[in-house]
Design a binder for this molecule. Sequence first.
Ligand code: MG
Ligand code: MG
Length: 631
Amino acid sequence: MTGALKTSIATVSISGNLREKLEAITAAGFDGIEIFEADFIADHGSPRDVGRLVRDHGLEITLFQPFRDFETLPEPARSKAFDRAERKFDVMQELGTDLVLVCSSVHPASLGGIERAVDDFHELGERAAKRGLRLGYEALAWGRHINDHRDAWEVVRRADHPNIGLIVDSFHTLSRKLDPNSIRAIPGDKIFFVQLADAPLIEMDLLYWSRHFRNMPGEGDLDVARFMQAVMATGYNGPISLEIFNDQFRGSNPRTVAKDGHRSLVGLLDDVRRAEPELSVNMPEMPARIEPKGFSFVEFATRGAEAANLKTDLTSLGFEQVGHHRSKAAGLWQQGDIRIVVNEETSGHAASSWNARGTCVCDLGLLGSDAQAAATRASALGAEVFEQTVGAGELAIPAVRGLSGSVLHFLDDSADLSQVWQTEFSAARAPAGAGLTHIDHIAQTMSYEDMLSWSLFYTTLFDMSKAPMVDVIDPDGLVRSQAVEATNGSVRVTLNGADSHRTLAGSFLSDSFGASVQHIAFATRDIFETLEQLAARGFETLPISPNYYDDLAARFDLNDALIQNMQAQGVLYDQTGGADFFQAYTQSFSGSLFIEIVQRNQGYTGYGAPNAPFRIAAQKRLSRAKGVPRT
Ligand code: MG
Ligand code: MG
């Protein structure tokens, strides 16, 4: 049995100078790096110094790359290519790495011809062998003559040289829709290296797509897991390396991107092991993805007059306080299965959240199949376990830090955790209130560049998947929205990425210093009945433009009474595939949040995305009318 699989990442995948990259890569937990010549050309050190610097970080140089336009050239270009190779070999020896990637030629003068390529590689293999170096041949998807890993393998097979092997790259195979299962026929010891990248499905030139839009496995739409299963089926046990060219990552925090990369790789290998248990995937075991069963609670950090406002708002929404924490300044408010914790503590996590952001959602609780397993899996995926002193009468609830400082708690049906509300809050009732039954979804707002991080966080930890990304038109810019949803529909989170601070989502982000929950949607079985009850409690819905209802009458076959009712109560409507959806919004809510009330009929699965521009316009109109300054 060999050691655990080595994880690696190409330095080009993240931003920063070489030293910053090495620090981020080490902190994320990788074993090695693929190094690009540009990395040390820009560094002050010699290749020898750079090699030492890498090893001082505890990292290994798994690959040197790339060597381009080598094979099937006519003389004199052919001899020059061999000379270039020798100079690369010198650098590799100084760096202290034995493997170089040779990508298939795009040189206009390259002649092609498999035997010519075989002869060139055999000869280069001889030269590399003299120095104890190895060469891996990679078929670029846009290679001039070789653009398919099967053809590259045929060259390697015929070259029949111990120092010549194949490099496979998921992007080059999957972007051309080649069947990854064709890799299964290749002997694992002839695959010298494996590079992984995902990408969103966009119709565009392959080269441009590859150089700008690659992303981490699981962040895009390619079936990287199936590719990786095929690789592991060969018996391959070399490094698994991320080679991600992405414009956004080049401008992002290298630590976050490296951490996401490691998370994606560890999650992917776990998927591979589960998909084909007979494969030997030598990685530490972790619990399977957790099946979510619903949101267990939402906790607000608040204080003083803001706390009083929050409680008034909750009351007008039909909530009642059903318990008070035994030892903390925290109340439990409930309606149906919705639990809101109002935390007014002056020390600890909630207090620091309030200090930084004012009233905001500081914690989320998720009910799942196994709370402890959720925390263990999250930690195996690189999440930071959250620990806070457990006071008298309190339970140790497994929790991790989510992104932007939020805390995610895990609850389950086990004997002690299922009793947390009785144990900590002596709560025993679940008032029906105005008919709000459960949390339908939570909307988190973030900068566009954080969207991939958040969706990766949810989809690697839970049995959740991504819905297609939609563009929401804010009058002042574009907001991209992507839902991540539990396969069983019990938990839905919408991730909204804002580019411009002038959008509603963007101004929320800048006003709230990165707090993420912007709205919470509560479900009801009868939105009109619920809104009537809420109106009696002084609740006001967001007024929607009358034009919206004229348009609705034109778009859908709805009776006039229903439309009048919707207009009177500020209800928006959507319909897809015979399933319909009603939604209404609060005029405002504590902090910079707002609340949505939804009714899903016939298994409607969306979020009323076509209504978002009208809702946003109405919110902006209202805030201008109230003279609330908009940043
Ligand atoms: Mg590659
Ligand atoms: Mg919503």
